[in-house]
Design a protein around this ligand. Structure first.
Ligand code: LLP
Length: 421
């Protein structure tokens, strides 16, 4: 459930007509709902009720300072994957002891930054990373908490580009070598091994792969404990999917995911961390765009929008589906049209949807892409010299611009012409 609903014939974001935001900010723009973000965080928090736990929001999904500050104030931790994300989390007021650092390529500088600023744990993904972190921590005279991410060789049954837990994927250490690598880690100065980490993929709509992976982690916990390691914390990653095509998708709910966690690992008495990103932010955001033209092609009609692949890359990059709905509610029984919905960027990949059935639209009409709150704004670029679009946060009957649209000069003046020219 989200808070973007039709009321009195038009789309509202909570208690604000989307049309009003568009009139004030100008299309295209992203719009997020405070109530939906809050609700989704709480659903995960409640799903793990009764277990010692921390929900570490995977901020790669949406890292706007206002979003982080809101979730941080609700008690969320953060899962960060770069020095930039670490800085953003800290800038939004999230304390170091609630930040976990994931990712396969942490640099020495990033390690130092997080150790200096405070960190809950590093999730280590390889032997060379382990050696470097040991050297960095030792040189700083500290011991840092670490988990080791294992690759359980489980197929997440999701899109190829967002599967991370099969043996050919670049993530984690092979679970088959875990005993040996944990022994190495335990012997290294500067590291305090406290647990196990796993994350097998994103937009997962089946709970079975989660169950398989968690079961392997539980078995490994017993094995490592028998070897004398103190396994006190399990980071179970993120990955729970959302319904992008609402008319025919109903992925499992956080409470059902929580039940799998309970069944597979609660007997171990570990502190549990999870790292959901998409499910917290995805359906808490829409992308609002205006129709520039309706163009008749040889055998089809094109709806040409003012948003493009640089604003929302998911359809071009993953063939992802997003519901696209008119901001003015269509009349009941009105004859629908069929469109290829495209942006103005100069490549055919700039296509949001092919042969989409929707209400008949005209130039100047507004549409909303649903489920655009995660991996939308954060993956945007300025391709075709299109400035990044603004982000707006709604709270009840109020709204605020939480990232302004840069001016063309700001965009252009980031470049420098060398003095020799
Ligand atoms: N933890 C780790 C270590 C991750 O790599 C990810 C996502 C998450 C947590 C959060 O997963 P989520 O709950 O959001 O599924 N750009 C792609 C998604 C990439 C996901 C990358 N890792 C998309 O637009 O579908």
């Amino acid at each position: 459930m989200d808070h973007f609903l039709y009321r009195d014939g038009e789309l509202y974001a909570e208690d604000v007509p989307v049309r009003e935001i568009a009139a004030s900010v100008g299309a295209p723009f992203y719009c997020y709902s405070t109530a939906t973000l809050t609700r989704h965080f709480r659903l995960f928090d409640e799903a793990l009720d009764g277990m010692d736990h921390l929900v570490c929001y995977a901020m790669k999904a949406n890292s706007n300072q206002a979003v982080l500050s809101l979730l941080g104030s609700l008690g969320a931790g953060m899962d960060v994957v770069s020095g930039g994300e670490y800085r953003r989390a800290k800038a939004a007021g999230v304390p170091g002891e609630r930040i976990v650092f994931s990712g396969v390529g942490k640099t020495e500088g990033e390690m130092r930054l997080a150790i200096e600023g405070g960190i809950r744990q590093f999730n280590i993904e390889s032997e060379p990373e382990m050696a470097l972190l040991s050297a960095v921590a030792s040189s700083m005279g500290v011991e840092v908490p670490v988990t080791i991410r294992v690759n359980p060789d489980v197929d997440a049954k999701t899109h190829e580009k967002i599967s991370t837990g099969r043996k050919g994927d670049k993530f984690g250490i092979p679970i088959s070598r875990a005993k040996e690598i944990y022994a190495q880690a335990a012997a290294l100065p500067g590291l305090k091994v406290i647990g196990i980490d796993v994350h097998i993929g994103s937009q997962m709509t089946d709970l079975e792969p989660f169950r398989l992976a968690f079961r392997k982690v539980a078995e490994l916990t017993e094995v490592l404990r028998a070897e004398g390691h103190e396994i006190a914390r399990l980071d179970l990653g993120g990955g729970l999917g959302i319904p992008y095509e609402r008319s025919n998708e109903a992925p499992p709910l956080p409470v059902e995911f929580g039940q799998v966690v309970r069944e597979e690992v609660s007997h171990l008495g570990c502190e549990i961390e999870i790292e959901p990103g998409r499910l917290i932010a995805g359906n808490a955001g829409i992308l609002v765009s205006e129709v520039i033209y309706v163009k008749s092609g040889e055998d089809r009609e094109f709806l040409i929008l003012d948003a493009a692949m640089n604003d929302l890359i998911r359809p071009a990059m993953y063939g992802a589906y997003h519901d696209i709905i008119p901001v003015v509610e269509p009349e009941a029984g009105a004859e629908p049209a069929v469109y290829d919905i495209v942006g103005p960027v100069c490549e055919s990949g700039d296509t949001f949807a092919k042969q989409r059935v929707m209400a008949r639209m005209g130039a100047g009409d507004l549409v909303a892409f649903r489920s655009a709150g995660a991996y939308g704004a954060v993956m945007a670029s300025e391709y075709n010299s299109r400035p990044m679009i603004p982000e707006v946060l709604v709270h009840g009957d109020q709204f605020a611009v939480i990232r302004a649209r840069p001016t063309f000069d700001e965009m252009i003046n980031r470049d420098t012409i060398p003095s020799w020219m």
